[in-house]
Design a protein around this ligand. Structure first.
Ligand code: HSE
Length: 285
């Protein structure tokens, strides 16, 4: 038997749509696997009633098939589904690591990214690796057609999750098909600034580099209270705030010592908009 803790993640970080990802120390899923002749899945924890236990419909079933590693798999969800915090990716990444160990497959964490992305494809219709990569590798990750680049980084974060649901499919449906050259240039500049900030553990550069004029404004319209919550977090000591993944969670990067104030400000602002929320004060995982 093997048990693995797989952390939540935040994809995009604003300017790095479908490219950037960041591991969060908390929340996390816990995946337990035992050898079996065919795969079966049980699920407990946050939002478990919404998660199919049929291996043909669950991310971890796809991972077990991709690795040719049938098992009895138990998922204890700490990451709420449809949160924008890489819920299905955490389960997929945890299953990939656990099954790799259970069957002594000898795959590297980088090699497991592709297997875990198969699970993501089952849920979202496309094989995104921008959540599974940071869940597997930790730190800040950059996904391109050529593979994954990872750097360790140290930032103080708040992930604030409102009690509303936005599906990844819906959140992808509102993205504009095209962008102006001006917006592309601005996004490239921001993304480069953010990446340098990650290598320097610099919350000012990371926060500045999170701005994105194309994808985030379209998605923010799906999240009640977004503008007020963002403004409150910035006033309380965040250097940048954006939609986490496909939402509805918001990710804030905080100045030193401001994490508690930012978390409180975000919860209060959601409350003022009539939306309950909870805030995870976390470091990079
Ligand atoms: N990059 C993806 C998106 C993350 O924003 O749609 C969710 O899989």
């Amino acid at each position: 038997m093997r048990t693995v803790r797989a952390p939540a993640t935040s994809a995009n970080l604003g300017s790095g749509f479908d490219v950037f990802g960041l591991a969060l120390e908390t929340p996390a899923d816990v995946i337990r696997v035992e050898r079996a002749s065919e795969t079966s899945i049980t699920v407990t924890g946050v939002g478990s009633t919404y998660i199919p236990e049929d291996p043909g419909k669950n991310t971890v079933g796809a991972v077990a098939e991709a690795l040719d590693a049938p098992a009895r798999i138990h998922i204890d969800k700490g990451v709420r589904p449809a949160s924008g915090l890489g819920s299905s990716a955490a389960s997929a990444a945890g299953a990939a690591v656990a099954l790799n160990a259970l069957y002594d497959l000898g795959r590297s964490r980088e090699e497991l990214v592709a297997a875990a992305a198969e699970g993501e494809a089952l849920v979202s219709g496309e094989a995104h690796a921008d959540n599974v990569a940071p869940s597997l590798l930790g730190g800040f990750t950059i996904i391109t057609d050529d593979g994954v680049t990872q750097v360790d980084t140290d930032l103080s974060l708040v992930a604030c999750l409102p009690e509303i649901v936005v599906s990844t499919r819906d959140a992808r449906g509102v993205i504009p098909d095209t962008a102006s050259l001006t917006d592309v240039a601005s996004t490239v500049g921001n993304a480069a600034t953010l990446a340098v900030g990650m290598t320097r553990d610099d919350p000012e550069l990371v926060g500045q580099g999170m701005d994105d004029p194309v994808v985030t404004p379209a998605r923010a319209a799906l999240i009640d209270g977004y503008d007020a919550v963002r403004t409150s977090a910035l006033e309380a000591g965040a250097t940048g705030v954006t939609v986490s993944g496909a939402g509805p969670a918001l990710l804030a990067v905080c100045r030193e010592g401001r994490q508690g104030a930012v978390a409180g400000a975000m919860i209060d602002a959601f409350d003022d908009a009539g939306v309950e929320s909870r805030a995870y004060q976390t470091n990079v995982g």
